[in-house]
Write a protein that binds this ligand. Structure first.
Ligand SMILES: *[C@@H]1O[C@H](CO)[C@@H](O)[C@H](O)[C@H]1NC(C)=O
Ligand SMILES: *[C@@H]1O[C@H](CO)[C@@H](O)[C@H](O)[C@H]1NC(C)=O
Ligand SMILES: *[C@@H]1O[C@H](CO)[C@@H](O)[C@H](O)[C@H]1NC(C)=O
Ligand SMILES: *[C@@H]1O[C@H](CO)[C@@H](O)[C@H](O)[C@H]1NC(C)=O
Length: 354
């Protein structure tokens, strides 16, 4: 380690601080300066070409960008000669050449965040990411054409929190187990329905995104093991009938359920389990009636309903709601009847004879 450089660096930081009057993160920077490790630096540019390594001395991270690789073989060559380095991130974005990530492609190199987006990947082989099993926190493969992905290996990624494969070609809902995963997105894949036990072994999920994925129906209890769930997205699917227990979870934090832009005509009582303050986005569906037995227990428990864009008849089925302003208050202001009249503008007098 070069002591002179280290001292100069600290002096440089010190001088910077004197110009940073009122700068709130000074103590944090000073701490980082002490921890700065001059042996942790990028490999020679020639050794990793056409990948690029960027050492970020602001947060002391070493980041690799392999966007420019011309194919699978070239990618493998870059890593074949590298020793066991630990990068913070690997990015490949808008690459038009790499279709398969092969097992062992990254050699002995590990990453915390892996991001392959807007590319032409079709397959990620089992073993391609295994070198990062203990390090990976984020794995992102959005906007490729992936139909084969080693979901069965995810369980071994013990620090993985974020897994996103939006807009790919995954045709069957995958079986995934993970104790650590907080975020799962499979938006815009032709996965279709998921089995009743699809989320049984994903106890740490906080956000689940399954919009635009051809879901036709949900089985009762499908989400019942999710005790940390905060947000559930099933917008732009093909749901028409919501059975009792469909959205029951074991979470006291559930805040948002997105089932807008489906074909929902019928909701059974107890389809949802009320959580104080929860919002259910039901806009652009095919609801004609708001049955008291279905919705009263929810709005009474401070659940909010978004009902814009439904062909609501606004007949006597609504009397229970229109006659109790504090319940009507739970309905989003833009919710309308089929004829365009806002629910909030309905005249209670008309409903008194119901
Ligand atoms: C480090 O900073 C860069 C640039 O601000 C940012 O993109 C990256 O996410 C940061 N990495 C970590 C691990 O905080
Ligand atoms: C990665 O490299 C490509 C090509 O040089 C560049 O366009 C892109 O902005 C880089 N991405 C990041 C996150 O550095
Ligand atoms: C990678 O690790 C294996 C097992 O430790 C070792 O045999 C191999 O030589 C390493 N490869 C490189 C390029 O360092
Ligand atoms: C899921 O929840 C059910 C019922 O609460 C419970 O019997 C089961 O053990 C849970 N499964 C897992 C994998 O936690």
């Amino acid at each position: 380690m070069n002591l002179f450089i280290q001292i100069s660096y600290k002096l440089f930081l010190l001088l910077s601080f004197t110009q940073c009057i009122g700068c709130e993160n000074v103590p944090e920077l000073a701490e980082n300066a002490d921890k700065f490790d001059f042996e942790q630096a990028c490999p020679d540019a020639d050794d990793i070409y056409p990948c690029e390594c960027i050492f970020n001395d602001w947060n002391n991270t070493m980041n690799l960008n392999c966007t420019m690789v011309e194919g699978e073989d070239e990618l493998a060559q870059v890593f074949a000669s590298l020793p066991s380095l630990n990068f913070d991130s690997l990015v490949m974005s808008e690459n038009r050449n790499v279709k398969i990530l092969k097992a062992g492609v990254f050699g002995n190199v590990t990453f915390k965040e892996l991001s392959f987006t807007l590319g032409v990947l079709e397959e990620v082989e089992a073993g391609a990411l295994d070198g990062s099993m203990n390090t990976a926190t984020t794995i992102e493969f959005d906007a490729n054409d992936i139909s084969i992905f080693p979901f069965e290996t995810i369980e071994g990624f013990t620090n993985l929190r974020y897994l996103s494969l939006e807009k790919n070609s995954i045709a069957v809902f995958p079986r995934i187990s993970s104790q650590s995963l907080n975020y799962l997105s499979l938006i815009w894949n032709p996965t279709g329905n998921f089995p009743a036990d699809a989320f049984e072994n994903l106890p740490s999920l906080i956000i689940v995104e399954l919009g635009l994925s051809d879901v036709v129906s949900i089985e009762a209890g499908a989400f019942s093991n999710l005790s940390e769930l905060y947000e559930l997205g099933l917008e732009f699917n093909l749901l028409s009938h919501i059975p009792a227990g469909a959205f029951a979870t074991s979470s006291a934090n559930l805040d948002e359920i997105y089932i807008n832009n489906n074909r929902i005509e019928e909701v059974e009582p107890n389809a949802f389990q009320a959580v104080n303050g929860m919002r259910i986005y039901l806009s652009d569906n095919k609801l004609t009636l708001l049955k008291e037995e279905v919705w009263r227990p929810l709005v009474e428990a401070n659940v909010h309903l978004g009902l814009y864009g439904n062909p609501l008849e606004c007949g006597c089925d609504l009397a229970w709601l229109v006659l109790e302003p504090e319940l009507m208050h739970q309905v989003f202001a833009n919710s309308q009847c089929a004829d365009g009249v806002l629910l909030h503008d309905l005249d209670p007098g008309i409903f008194e004879d119901c």
